[in-house]
Design a protein around this ligand. Structure first.
Ligand SMILES: *Cc1c(COP(=O)(O)O)cnc(C)c1O
Length: 214
């Protein structure tokens, strides 16, 4: 299977959900193969990698930052992302807001929820998420487009996706979101995620696997 075949196969399974091609371990050439098959949304988890790839690659690529974002790196990515999917601290949201204001732009973000049920340094705890969003909702230069989360690696990820969907619906019900994005699902579990209401999947290994010998 080529990268294009993999992308086509995944697209046929995810309906209207947006496919983010997670290119974090992959070269510019591999990314171009996905690009040439029509893919435009790409995800990176490191600021330096994203900035470097964005410099070298076509300007109509929409870059998603999906990894942990340190506050000292924010300045490098303002104006360069389509969506920062990993906002999980008030001070991070405030800094993105401030730098965006300085640049005269509004930055689209997702709130990363720690939906794994495992203690983690990353992601807002589910029962703190509504309060978190209320705390940052006054910031004028960020737009909270939705939520991002993951399931743990396990036999049945569906309950984790279902509870994140429920939280997403609660946020929408309270008019806390400026968008409709629920980003959940990776190579191993995206089919469950889409069934549970995901409308954005982030897939890396399943797109790029076996591509080295094609
Ligand atoms: C790496 C990564 C993915 C993609 O993982 P695959 O299993 O390669 O599909 C999705 N989301 C996040 C946040 C990641 O870091």
């Amino acid at each position: 299977m080529s990268i294009k075949d993999n992308i086509d196969a995944i697209k046929s399974e995810i309906g209207d959900a947006t496919l983010i091609c997670v290119s974090k371990y992959h070269t510019d050439d591999e990314i171009m193969e996905a690009y040439n098959s029509g893919q435009r949304d790409f995800g990176e988890n490191k600021v330096q990698d994203m900035v470097k790839k964005a410099e070298n690659l076509p300007k109509d690529i929409r870059w998603h930052l999906i990894g942990h974002l340190q506050t000292n790196k924010v300045k490098y990515i303002i104006g360069k992302t389509c969506l920062i999917q990993s906002v999980d601290r008030v001070e991070l949201a405030e800094l993105i807001d401030k730098k965006s204001e300085n640049a005269g732009i509004v930055t689209d973000i997702l709130v990363q929820v720690n939906s794994t049920g495992i203690e983690s340094r990353f992601g807002v705890e589910p029962d703190k998420t509504i309060e978190f969003i209320k705390n940052i909702s006054g910031l004028k230069n960020i737009r909270i487009k939705g939520l991002m989360g993951m399931a743990p690696i396990c036999d049945n990820p569906a309950p984790y996706f279902e509870s994140l969907k429920k939280l997403f619906d609660e946020c929408k019900g309270q008019n806390l979101l400026d968008g409709d994005i629920l980003s959940m699902g990776m190579s191993g579990d995206y089919k469950y995620a889409v069934k549970c209401g995901s409308n954005m999947v982030r897939i890396g290994s399943k797109i790029f696997m076996h591509s080295a010998n094609e």
